[in-house]
Design a binder for this molecule. Structure first.
Ligand code: BG6
Length: 465
């Protein structure tokens, strides 16, 4: 397996939204860390020149983290711009020339999924794919069939170990911490099973709408945008078995085993919602039935998890921006004291965004004669702002050829297999008010497992220290 560092960074979609929000800040950070000493070639079909691209990069940095004069000057010098249509052979001939004697270019497809195939074919026909790696943005396909077709096309021109399917959640420090916390400690594993865990739930709430991305979003919806990828990756880290070691394939083998154990979703396992006002967003079809909210119940057929329900809830225009996992433990077999916990005595909380919290919820006795208690949380808390941005980490890893934080072909396809039966309009989409927790039907889905947790309930306030 070639582990040579990439020697040219090419990004398609250079004038687009993703480049503006994520790629330029990551590139500047990589230059600053001395990890991007190579030509940086932006490609788009906007009729620009390199100075316009530099200006765009500067504007992007002003908005996202700030311009570091020295690093930006270096990046500007390395930057080239190629204008061309992605379906035109000449675009790739120009690229071939611009690559000069680079042996291992890294091609990043920061473009809509419908353009992946023509670009990959263009790279191959021009020889730009030789010795190269490719980064593919999410969503990877629209369903199982299209993901398989895309994998087949990619495999015609690239080895699997040279394909980097990006899911920026895997590059997040707190998501990595989930993996670390589970497998660096011995305390969780003995109880991390059906004998001790009652249920797990993941909430990914966003308190804003589609932010001008209506056209993209209306082709995708919440399930394809964040559930099949981000949420399933978090679920995998929560529920998978211990990996044999930290190699990319050891991790991905365990994830694959987990995805394979997941039952295909049925209509009764999902609630879809759409916030009032979505249909007025620019780019959204007037009669769109695309969901901006989804709640799901997932079952896994394994000895470890048989009978334990897993829930995912993700949506736009919810009351708060927060991604949080709540693991509810089974209650003591006998209730000796009055229960002040509303029926869920112990839990683990993993807050992944916007701050990082790992905590254990428990009951302690109040001082005094009465055997009365109250809930506390034993909190390990670390602020998120010190962490490296996910795109910097992931692009740096792809440059080094390290695929541990990227998704493998079989894992992506298994995730689609689970989701596939409920895609489209198989279940109705219910309206919900912006600022609410989505349609009321989502509450019924989880009622038997104690309901959704409200991440706004301040852990420390609840427990004291
Ligand atoms: C992206 C989705 O992948 O993730 C967006 O396309 C979503 O719709 C975003 O808002 C959330 O990422 P983060 O890092 O802000 O939680």
């Amino acid at each position: 397996m070639p582990t040579a560092k990439s020697d040219a960074f090419v990004f398609f979609g250079a004038t687009g939204d993703l480049a503006y929000k994520q790629i330029f800040p990551a590139l500047q950070a990589l230059v600053k860390d001395g990890k991007l000493d190579m030509p940086v070639i932006g490609i788009a079909r906007s009729g620009w020149d390199v100075d316009q691209l530099r200006k765009r990069a500067e504007d992007s940095l002003k908005e996202h983290g700030g311009v570091d004069q020295a690093a930006f000057a270096k990046l500007s010098k390395q930057m080239q711009y190629l204008d061309g249509d992605y379906g035109d052979a000449q675009t790739y001939e120009k690229l071939r020339k611009a690559l000069g004697d680079a042996q291992h270019p890294l091609h990043y497809l920061a473009i809509p999924p419908s353009m992946f195939v023509p670009v990959v074919k263009g790279l191959a026909a021009s020889g730009c794919s030789l010795g190269a790696r490719v980064i593919v943005e999410k969503p990877f396909g629209r369903d199982l069939q299209s993901a398989r077709a895309l994998n087949r096309t990619l495999h015609r021109f690239f080895h699997e170990h040279d394909i980097f399917r990006i899911d920026h959640y895997l590059g997040k420090e707190p998501v990595q911490n989930l993996l670390y916390f589970r497998f660096a400690n011995s305390l969780l594993e003995p109880i991390w099973n059906r004998d001790h865990i009652a249920s797990m739930q993941i909430t990914m709430a966003e308190d804003f709408g589609v932010q001008g991305r209506g056209r993209f979003y209306d082709e995708v919806g919440a399930i394809r945008d964040v559930v099949q990828n981000h949420m399933f990756q978090v679920l995998a880290l929560l529920a998978m078995g211990p990996p044999a070691n930290r190699s990319a394939d050891a991790m991905r083998d365990e994830k694959l085993r987990l995805f394979r154990s997941m039952r295909p979703l049925r209509a009764e396992d999902i609630v879809r919602g759409q916030f009032d006002g979505y249909l007025k967003e620019p780019g959204v079809a007037k009669n769109s039935t695309v969901e901006t909210f989804a709640a799901l119940r997932i079952h896994m057929d394994t000895w470890r998890w048989s009978g334990v329900p897993f829930f995912i809830r993700a949506g736009k225009q919810l009351p708060v921006k927060c991604t949080e996992v709540l693991v509810r433990l089974k209650n003591p077999p006998q209730q000796v004291f009055d229960d002040p916990s509303n029926g869920a005595v112990n839990h683990f909380r993993f807050r992944l965004n916007p701050d990082v919290i790992i905590s254990l919820g428990a009951l302690v006795k109040e001082p005094g004669e009465a055997m009365k208690g109250h809930p506390v949380e034993l909190v390990a808390h670390r602020h998120i702002r010190t962490a490296m941005a996910p795109y910097e980490r992931l692009l740096g890893d792809a440059i080094d050829g390290d695929s541990a934080l990227f998704t493998r072909d079989d894992c992506v396809e298994e995730a689609w297999r689970v989701i596939d039966p409920i895609l489209g309009d198989k279940v109705p989409v219910h309206k919900y008010k912006p600022g609410s927790w989505g349609p009321g039907q989502a509450d019924a889905l989880i009622a038997e497992a104690g309901g959704w947790n409200d991440p706004r309930v301040e852990t420390v306030a609840r427990g004291g220290r």
